[in-house]
Structure formats: C-alpha cells, structure tokens
Design a protein around this ligand. Structure first.
Ligand code: ATP
Ligand code: MG
Length: 356
C-alpha cells in the first residue's frame, strides 16, 4: 500500500452516525479495489451524548487531537438535550473557526432518477455555492441586554463582520474555482442596498478581484433576487459566492431543488493546509428519522468524494461520483427522494456500482 490517510471521524448526533458509517464503508471498499491507498480511522465520540456526560461538546484537547489527521469526516450535531447554539458553537463552529476553514464548498448537483420540484429540465444541471466560512454574520459578535433594561425591554445586538482580507480570499477562491468549470462564471450575492457597510465592502472587493480574471463572467445579485433565480433560472449559475449566512440559506434551497437535503455534500477547507479540512453532509441530525435506518447516505458519501479530491485522489473521487449517479439512475433510493430503500441498501448499491 502506497499511502495511508489518517481520518478523524466525528459521527456526532442522530443520523450523523448512520450516514458517516455508510461513507466509511464506501471509502473502505474503494480503497480496497484500488490497492494503492488505505484509511486509518480515528473515531471521536463527541456530540450531544458526550455533552450529557461531560458538560462539553468535545474534549478540551479535541483540537490538538484533530490536528494530527489528514482530514476530518463529520456527521451532524444537534439534539434536544442541548440548546442549538451551544451544540453548534461547542463542536462544529469550534472546529471550523479554530482550524481557519474559511472556504465552505457546497455543490448543488441534480442526479439522474431523482425528481426535482422544479418544472424546468434539470438533467445534468449543477452549480457550486461557495460560502465564506470564518466571519460575516457568524462572527459571534454582539451581546444581550446591553442597556441593562428590565425584562420585556431587552436589547440584543448581532454584528456581522466583514474584513477586506476575509472578503478577498473567499472571492478569489470562487474565481479560481470558476476557472476549473465548463462555464467560468461567478455570481456574487449580497444585500448591499440594505447592509451598507460590510456588504458594500464585499461588492467593492468583488469588482477589484474580478479585474484579475478577465476570462470569467461576473455578476452581482441581491440575495432576494438570487433566491428567485435559483428557482426560475438555475441554468444561469456556475459558481455562486456569498457570505456565511446567505450561502448557508442558498445552499439549503439548492439542495431542496436538487431533490433533498439528504443529497447535499460539503467541504470546509483550510486552503493553506495549515490545519486539517473537514467534510460533512449539509443536513443536520434529523431527530425525526434517526435510528430507523432510513436516512439518505448520499450527502455523506458525496462529501467523502470531496474528501478524496482534497487528499489528492481526484480520479477516485470521480469513480465515487459516477457510482452515486449510477445508483440514483437505477432507482435505488431512500424515502426522502421518493424511494423505498434503506440506508444500508443504498450504501451496498454504491459499493456494487464501484465495481462496474
Ligand atoms: P440543523 O439545524 O442541524 O441544520 P435542521 O433543523 O436544518 O438541522 P436537518 O436535520 O438538517 O434539520 O433536516 C431537516 C429534515 O430533512 C429532517 O428532519 C429530515 O426529515 C430531512 N432530512 C435531512 N437529512 C436527511 C437525510 N440524510 N435523509 C433523509 N432525510 C433527511
Ligand atoms: Mg439546517
């Protein structure tokens, strides 16, 4: 075996554990077929159950432990015993912020055999949402009850942070990504008519960076108009770059258009590779279906393909994506996309399709 990759695995809560187990099975099968690389899995039991026992979402040495890996494979976090903002900040955002994973890639991909709620022809359609992942509306700046007023009169302030370097690096990242695509186009999304400081800065940086990429078509679109465009003219999209909050919302919309939140993959990248990057399905812990063996593993498996690409195995990533498409086209799919198959059945089908 030529190389072995150390992968930190954080299954987390609810269906996170189910879909990550599926992804690991598929990666093991792929590596076995290739014979030229393998995985060393390092599991961590962090999440809401860990919180119930220890009062924290992850070990105090957690980041140190994770640093010692080639990538992190993450399920989902969130359960009823922990307030949502505590679980999110205690684990997922703790990692993305401290490992400076400032670029979040969320492909929106329409698979054969999966119905879209759109009435237009969506076959072969795909675009990528690039999410600023380190600042913006998620900077955690602000406070409550600043004025010291009594109950019923509380004031809360939530500040969005936009730095010129933060805007520039994510916008440049989007342009570089656009150069690798069939249609080299970047759509920048803000609400700079109403958010007159940070988002105006973003728009200015966008225009400046665009001048360095004469071969890339560009446009600046307000987020409300872009939401409508996702539905009415998705063929016009290639790379969509937006702030932390806007890109989060738009990528959920994109995955719903592609058929289900359960299909959507994502990569949280530290492009400088000073810290490990993290790969996770876009969906959450889905308590309503957890433990029933019916969760859709495709988002987690497609995230594994993004991880392979990041590990320097684009050919292997391509094989995995082709297997996902073949299985979708064959009609083996979970209930969220109109099928009857369980998580394991879809996983087995993807593994079988790798051999074709
Ligand atoms: P979070 O706050 O963590 O983002 P959420 O409230 O957005 O979570 P999710 O858990 O992401 O909710 O999913 C919303 C609903 O979509 C789930 O309750 C579930 O019914 C469905 N869903 C999400 N992911 C999947 C999946 N992989 N397979 C099947 N259904 C899914
Ligand atoms: Mg969500």
């Amino acid at each position: 075996m030529e190389s072995s990759f150390r992968i930190a695995v954080i299954p987390g809560d609810g269906i996170g554990a189910e879909v990550i187990a599926a992804g690991q099975q598929v990666l093991e099968a792929l590596a076995k077929r290739s014979g030229s690389y393998g995985f060393e899995w390092i599991p961590y039991p962090w999440g809401s159950a860990y919180y119930a026992e220890h009062g924290v979402m992850m070990d105090a040495k957690g980041l140190e432990l994770l640093q010692n890996s080639d990538a992190i494979y993450f399920g989902a976090v969130g359960w009823e015993n922990v307030p949502d903002h505590t679980s999110l900040w205690g684990l997922r955002l703790n990692i993305t912020q401290n490992f400076d994973q400032w670029a979040n890639i969320r492909p929106v991909k329409f698979l054969p055999g999966i119905d879209s709620p759109l009435r237009t022809d969506t076959s072969g359609l795909d675009w990528i949402v690039v999410r600023e992942n380190s600042e913006g509306e998620y900077a955690g700046l602000g406070g409550r009850n600043l004025s010291g007023r009594g109950p019923g009169n509380e004031v809360a302030v939530q500040t969005a942070l936009f730095t010129e370097t933060g805007c520039e690096r994510i916008i440049r990242f989007a342009f570089d990504l656009a150069l690798t695509r069939a249609v080299p186009k970047v759509s920048s999304v803000t609400k700079s008519n109403a958010q007159q400081y940070g988002m105006v800065l973003w728009d200015e940086v966008f225009r400046r960076v665009a001048a360095d990429y004469p071969g890339v078509e560009t446009e600046s679109v307000l987020v409300d108009a872009m939401s409508a465009r996702f539905v009415l003219a998705p063929q016009s999209l290639s790379v969509v770059v937006a702030s932390n909050l806007f890109a989060d919302i738009l990528s959920d919309l994109g995955s719903a258009l592609a058929g289900s939140l359960g299909l959507a993959a994502s990569a949280n990248l530290n492009p400088e590779q000073r810290f490990p990057s993290m790969f996770e399905p876009v969906h959450g812990s889905a308590p309503d279906i957890a433990g029933r063996g019916i969760s859709n593993p495709v988002g987690a498996i497609a995230s594994a393909a993004l991880m392979l690409d990041h590990l320097g195995l684009p050919g292997e990533a391509g094989k995995l994506e082709a297997a996902i498409e073949a299985v979708a086209a064959s009609g083996i799919k979970t209930r969220d996309v109109g099928g009857t198959a369980g998580t394991q059945e879809v996983t087995d089908a993807v593994i079988a399709a790798l051999g074709q």
